[in-house]
Design a protein around this ligand. Structure first.
Ligand code: ZN
Ligand code: ZN
Length: 384
């Protein structure tokens, strides 16, 4: 594998100046500046907020192929001290989206030399992936309507796996997930007379016990993880009000399923269990939902194209037997196309994990990622 110095320099420049979800301003400008020299036929700005799309039209009619990368970084303070470390306190590219952008920009450079034969290719730089909001923002933007793809592809680098190897599967590739906040409202009373109030304490312990058991009601992979809980009012010094029986409680959990349909069932069962418990205890209940990610469902034809591209390029490609538990918001974009797939690209067995403060995207993957996307485009659209 060789690295292309130009794209490594660009990747490092993006890494130095990371921006959080839906606050991407300098990043799209840097990408636009690169595409000044890459002769796209159309440039679409402000997609779903700060997104960009570069369109390369073919000479004949044919399918639209969309390749997606992400603009955003994370609210994580970088632990690395190398020259291209983040210059923004508390913000850094810890998911490798800087590398994904370099890959897709390098695809643009290829398309500026090798003419798309039929249909068209759209290179999409999507905002706000990390919050799960960006793909939907793009889809719901009317500027995206004329860009609706027939094929949609994306990759994610994957630490812990051999550098440059590909992992993919047909069907469910990564999980749907969503954060659930449950607020239980009762009534405070003197701690000497808890019988005069309505304490949520019993409900909290019952719900926390039941949440991980909800998976028994779903006949495919699912998981409910309790991520936090509070009961009663604890003041800023950490002091509990020992004279008061509590009236309020909050429980937070993350729900995960392999498919979107299973998520609907899991949400319904979980809400039902909590509502019944609250009712039996005389409590009222409020639900909040955050970070909603949809599962990515790879089509057989999309999977086949990834496999064929890797075979043509002599890249090791493993078909996974199970999808990943993590979530990624490409799922909804995949659904807008008839066909498509997401795949992962090994970032090295020694690489720190994603979202870790010492992670950095391996530049050796830029050419590999570019070559796979270009080969997929050649298979679907033909290249001159
Ligand atoms: Zn991430
Ligand atoms: Zn990511």
């Amino acid at each position: 594998m060789t690295t292309n110095a130009q794209w490594t320099t660009f990747r490092k420049a993006l890494h130095t100046n990371p921006e959080l979800s839906n606050q991407e301003t300098a990043t799209p400008q840097s990408v636009l500046a690169q595409f000044d020299n890459l002769n796209p036929d159309e440039v679409h700005q402000g997609l779903g907020g700060t997104g960009l799309a570069f369109v390369y039209n073919g000479e004949k009619s044919g399918p639209t192929t969309l390749i997606r990368c992400e603009l955003d970084a994370l609210p994580i303070h970088e632990a690395n001290t190398f020259a291209h470390r983040s210059r923004r306190t508390g913000v850094s590219h810890k998911c490798g989206h800087d590398g994904h952008m370099a890959i897709v920009t390098a695809v643009g450079e290829k398309l500026s030399h090798s003419k798309v034969q039929s249909g068209r290719v759209i290179l999409l730089f999507q905002p706000a992936e990390e919050t799960g909001a960006g793909a939907m923002q793009v889809i719901e933007d009317e500027k995206f309507t004329p860009l609706k793809p027939d094929y949609a592809f994306a990759l994610h680098n994957l630490p812990g796996q051999p550098l440059g190897e590909v992992f993919v599967k047909p069907g469910s590739f990564n999980c749907a997930s969503r954060g659930m906040t449950v607020k239980l409202h009762g009534k405070t009373s003197h701690a000497a007379h808890p019988e005069d109030g309505i304490s949520p304490a019993t409900a909290v312990s019952y719900i926390i016990d039941q949440l991980p058991k909800m998976k028994a009601q779903i006949n495919e992979f699912s998981l409910v993880t309790v991520v936090g809980a509070t009961l009663g009012a604890i003041d800023k010094s950490g002091q509990a009000p020992f004279g008061t029986s509590p009236g309020e409680a909050t429980i937070m959990a993350t729900l995960r399923t392999a498919s979107n349909a299973a998520m609907e069932t899991l949400v319904a069962c979980t809400v039902d269990m909590i509502e019944q418990c609250a009712k039996s205890q005389g409590l009222s209940v409020e639900f909040g939902w955050n970070d909603v990610f949809y599962a990515c469902n790879n089509t057989q034809a999309g999977y086949d194209k990834v496999i064929e591209a890797c075979n043509n390029l002599d890249i090791n490609c493993t078909t996974l037997t199970e999808g990943y538990r993590w979530s990624e918001d490409f799922g909804k974009l995949r659904d807008t196309a008839t066909e498509g797939a997401m795949f992962t690209l090994g970032a090295g067995v020694e690489s720190p994990q994603l979202h870790n403060p010492d992670y950095d995207f391996p530049d050796a993957l830029i050419n590999t990622g570019r070559d796979i996307f270009v080969e997929i485009i050649r298979l679907v659209n033909g290249l001159g």
